[in-house]
Design a protein around this ligand. Structure first.
Ligand code: AMP
Length: 296
């Protein structure tokens, strides 16, 4: 039995569905991974989502959505003065564009209360977070989260990080690089995407990405690479793995998030790195052939 707590922000998604009509859904990188993990893991396994939401109707609907997806919501904090973040997806000439309203999102306060955080972590074997989780927090709360994860790790927990580098969410690029590197130093498993790492850390090749995170002490690093080969670094051993070929890519939203879930579900069940990478690549290949983040 594996107990996972995914930490981050779930947002309301309003996807354009014709002139002046939007369809409401919920999505967010860590929640997408938790959602897929819940579907892939066994009944005995537990996947919790840790975040903060408001007390309004939209927040209630989000929590109900998470519960209906089978995710544990016991540790979700409620903030009376805040609500949930929201984004819209507009389609124009076949191109998707996104607008975000997340300044008032309660999720920004998810690490305000260290006791609530530790209470969720002490009931888990694995903590899963992303660079976006860290990006949205005030600086003191980032420190609280990383300190709590360090304690969780010292007590035998496993920390899994997807750096998910999104410079727009950070105050500046240097802070992003510094905090993500610090987060990697308390992580057992790091799941970066090479394209992001090349853009913001200047890595010339996936091996450079793996070596950089390995130097922070992580035991396992899987470098995703779009349609290119996936590089796995495990305790100094490097292997390359082909993704699943997709002839008709429709929408790459959540490719990385679903890859992570496919990989981790296998990895937690004792599969080899090669089997787990194939599982991640297989799921991501299905997801990129449909529109939207959550493909049932
Ligand atoms: P990325 O975050 O773009 O590196 O993508 C994550 C994972 O999704 C990759 O490692 C692949 O397994 C899968 N993926 C993304 N784009 C494609 C594609 N065009 N064809 C096949 N697999 C893909």
């Amino acid at each position: 039995m594996t107990r996972i707590v995914a930490i981050g922000e779930c947002m309301v998604e309003m996807a354009s569905a014709g002139a002046d009509i939007y369809r409401m859904g919920f999505a967010g990188d860590t929640m997408n991974t938790a959602w897929y993990l819940r579907r892939l893991l066994g009944e005995a396994d537990q996947v919790d989502y840790f975040t903060a939401v408001g007390t309004d109707d939209l927040s209630d609907r989000m929590v109900t959505f998470l519960q209906d997806a089978g995710l544990g919501t016991d540790h979700i904090q409620r903030r009376r003065d805040l609500s949930v973040g929201l984004y819209t997806i507009q389609l124009q000439d076949g191109e998707r564009s996104f607008s975000y309203w997340r300044g008032q999102s309660a999720a920004r306060s998810l690490a305000r209360d260290a006791r609530a955080l530790m209470s969720a972590l002490t009931q888990a074997d694995v903590a899963y977070l992303s660079g976006i989780t860290l990006a949205i927090l005030p600086a003191p709360d980032r420190a609280t989260l990383l300190r709590s994860l360090g304690e969780f790790k010292a007590a035998g927990g496993q920390v899994v990080l997807d750096p998910n580098l999104r410079p727009k969410l950070w105050e500046d690029e240097d802070t992003m690089r510094r905090v993500v590197t610090e987060a990697a130093s308390v992580s057992d498993v790091v799941l970066p995407s090479h394209e992001d790492e090349a853009s913001w850390f200047g890595d010339a090749a996936p091996a450079a990405t793996a070596n950089r995170y390995a130097s922070q002490g992580s035991a396992l690093i899987i470098v995703k690479n779009g349609a290119g080969q996936i590089l796995a670094w495990q305790d100094g051993n490097v292997s390359l793995h082909d993704p699943v070929t997709v002839s008709d890519v429709v929408d790459t939203t959540a490719a990385g998030d679903s890859f992570n879930a496919g990989f981790l579900a296998c990895w937690f069940n004792g599969s080899s790195v090669a089997e787990a990478v194939q599982s991640g690549a297989g799921l991501a290949a299905q997801v990129v052939q449909s529109r939207g983040a959550l493909v049932s």
